[in-house]
Write a protein that binds this ligand. Sequence first.
Ligand SMILES: NC(=O)c1ccc[n+]([C@@H]2O[C@H](COP(=O)([O-])OP(=O)(O)OC[C@H]3O[C@@H](n4cnc5c(N)ncnc54)[C@H](OP(=O)(O)O)[C@@H]3O)[C@@H](O)[C@H]2O)c1
Length: 306
Amino acid sequence: MTGIGRTVVVLGATGQQGGSVAAALRADGWAVRAVVRDPSGHRARSLSAAGVETVRGDLGDPESLRAAFSGAHGVFSVQPASGQAGAGVTDEDEVRFGTTVADVAERCGVAHLVYTSTVAAGPAPTGVGHLDTKSRIEAHVRNLGIAGTVIRPATFMEILMSPGTGLGRGHLSFLMSPDQAMQFIAVRDIGRIVAAVFGSPGRYAGRTMEIAGDALTGKALAERLTRAAGRPISYGRLPATLLAQDEVLGRVAALADGGRLAGSADLDALRAEFPFLLRFDRWLAGPGASLLEKALRSVDTGIALR
Ligand SMILES: NC(=O)c1ccc[n+]([C@@H]2O[C@H](COP(=O)([O-])OP(=O)(O)OC[C@H]3O[C@@H](n4cnc5c(N)ncnc54)[C@H](OP(=O)(O)O)[C@@H]3O)[C@@H](O)[C@H]2O)c1
């Protein structure tokens, strides 16, 4: 119980990463204040039922963030990816949201800001909008006058269960070639790592950490999935025609080929530091079991990799 009596504000708590962070912080005894756009929505109400304070706010409304951050010890910052169909968030919006959260946190006297980025972030642009936005936000966070920690999660295990990956047809299509390894992380573990980071600011302030729980080739993914599903699942790279037609997907696949999106976290060192990190087979048997079951029954709707 590291956080007793202190409050961490969590952005995106109705989503994957923020939801995981809110749950892990609560488990460690922190008071959690979630900034939500719709406090009466079912996800916000589930948060309230789990002991999370919900306050109305919007990333596009700095005044609402100021009110939410007041008196808080920490802030967890996540933004919706730019360019996502239907979300209406541009690259400039994502950068503005991320830098505003950081600026408001500094002005409110927040002691520790944790910003979640992406494995592909870095000084050299990738040419992919929703990845390069994160490098720009990272740079801003590092220049703040408060303690900041940047985490760079690997590709989420959850994304492999999207309807567009083809599991409903007994075949997984993804970015890498069958013999190339790529690193992945369970969303659950992002929350646990962030809770550990808030629990030990002296150890983690000022650090940028790539985080992952497993590294698997396409063939290894197929083998684990076959075992978990109890029926054959094959693996193939996303079709070349699709990668040629979809400019963003093509660039993202090239980043996987070049290693930048495949990840290079030191898994042994991470597991020594965070022993709870799930490998893919453990995730399939645990938090991923219901997602796998649903994916096996799904119909393809196209892949969205953000
Ligand atoms: N998929 C991967 O493998 C991967 C890997 C690394 C990084 N990422 C990055 O992760 C980020 C997304 O994280 P996620 O998957 O946790 O998100 P998510 O599940 O899509 O949830 C997005 C959250 O942001 C909230 N939100 C959206 N617009 C908002 C606004 N204007 N003001 C306040 N809150 C707002 C949503 O709230 P509502 O409930 O109100 O909609 C929701 O809680 C993206 O930037 C993506 O690029 C993804």
